[in-house]
Design a protein around this ligand. Structure first.
Ligand code: ATP
Length: 358
């Protein structure tokens, strides 16, 4: 059997589509992934991340477009011919087999001689720090250890491309953090190419070289974590990247890269992300941690305080503007519900978009 992915330079999704009946789950997704990259597919539930991964893996046929490894079309090939490693959310280890046997299963299926298989299993177990655990059964391991077995099982066959679908979602917060670092370390050690599905923006930001933000079956933006964190191209991407306050207003001035937006009686200045013209409607987007009560006498977004929550180091305030728009902001102290607050942000931390919310 030929494993087509060996020594590839580029994986290309070309207008890849997938329909389920009349529902277009994936709409002409195009993306080029270079060998060695760690790519995160990020987006809200139902946006098509898993569908994309399943199409790449060959677990699901495409209804349009193609998948290419360099100049070879692979979307008609069976999963085993593509030779990609896979780690999924439900890692389904064989419960009656030891850790060693679980890890070595793929090698056995491929007919790798026993001595070589044993050596590779031992190496893979060491890579995921499971030495000393290899005679145990999966039921005798913690969740994180089981997940490591799943990773070792995927990488032992030395796949040129590793596909991971929310592999950490069943783990508790501490283990998730530990395994996150492990996954990146293993990627670096193997020089692998990894495509990693997650709905957790923090996970994507910390792991990926490039993030692909998806929404409703389309790619909305592709960029480095830094790009997506501070320069989202669209309002929905901004919201997903933590700019949770989005407020509509009218453009009163545009000055190079900044614009002034009139909202209620206030003027908010921000960085233009989608070009706007004076008189147009526009949206501003601000992260809660960048929005704070203004000094007395300063103008700002006027809102009525609903509640404050203590977050350890600071308080987060929740307020409602007269038109019902909700705002969350950083407060240094507990505030009285019902109080009027006037909120502002550094113009550099405010983004301006034309697009409304879907
Ligand atoms: P999640 O994070 O919740 O797993 P996702 O972004 O991975 O979401 P997909 O699993 O790719 O989303 O699903 C994309 C869309 O396609 C969803 O609206 C889903 O309901 C739909 N879908 C997926 N599989 C099927 C199926 N077998 N039949 C019908 N619809 C499906």
């Amino acid at each position: 059997m030929t494993i087509h992915a060996a020594n590839f330079r580029e994986l290309k999704l070309d207008k890849l589509s997938r329909d389920f009946g009349s529902f277009n789950a994936l709409k002409e997704v195009s993306l080029t992934i270079t060998k060695g990259e760690f790519i995160a597919l990020l987006g809200p539930s139902g946006c098509g991340k898993s569908t994309t991964l399943n199409l790449i893996a060959g677990l699901l046929p495409a209804t349009g477009g193609g998948i290419w490894l360099d100049d070879k079309r692979i979307d008609q090939l069976r999963p085993e011919e593509r030779g990609f490693g896979m780690v999924f959310q439900n890692y389904a280890l064989f419960p009656h087999m030891s850790v060693n046997k679980n890890i070595g299963f793929g090698l056995k299926m491929r007919g790798v001689p026993k001595a070589e298989a044993d050596r590779r299993v031992a190496e893979a177990a060491a890579l995921v720090h499971l030495q000393g655990q290899t005679e145990k059964l999966p039921g005798q391991l913690s969740g994180g250890q089981q997940q490591r077995v799943a990773i070792a099982r995927a990488i032992v066959v030395e796949p040129p491309l590793v596909l991971m679908d929310e592999p950490l979602s069943n783990l508790d917060a501490k283990l998730r953090l530990e395994m996150r670092a492990e996954i990146r370390r293993i990627h670096n050690t193997l020089g692998a190419t990894t495509i990693y599905v997650t709905h957790d923006q923090e996970e994507a930001l910390s792991l990926a070289d490039r993030i692909v933000v998806m929404r409703e079956g389309v790619v909305r933006q592709v960029g480095t974590p830094e790009d997506l964190f501070s320069r989202p191209d669209h309002l929905d991407v901004a919201e997903f990247m933590g700019f949770r306050n989005t407020v509509a207003g009218k453009v009163t001035a545009v000055n190079g890269g900044t614009a002034q937006i009139a909202i209620g009686g206030a003027t908010v200045t921000g960085r233009v992300r989608e070009s706007v013209a004076v008189g147009q409607s526009a949206w501003v987007a601000i992260r809660p941690e960048d929005l704070h009560p203004n000094a007395p006498g300063q103008s700002g977004l006027v809102a009525n305080l609903v509640s404050t929550e203590f977050r350890g180091r600071e308080f987060v305030g929740f307020a409602k503007m007269e038109d019902g728009t909700s705002l969350s902001f950083l407060a240094e102290q507990k505030l009285q519900p019902g109080a009027t607050v006037t909120l502002g942000a550094d113009p550099d931390r405010v983004l301006v978009f034309t697009g409304g919310k879907a």
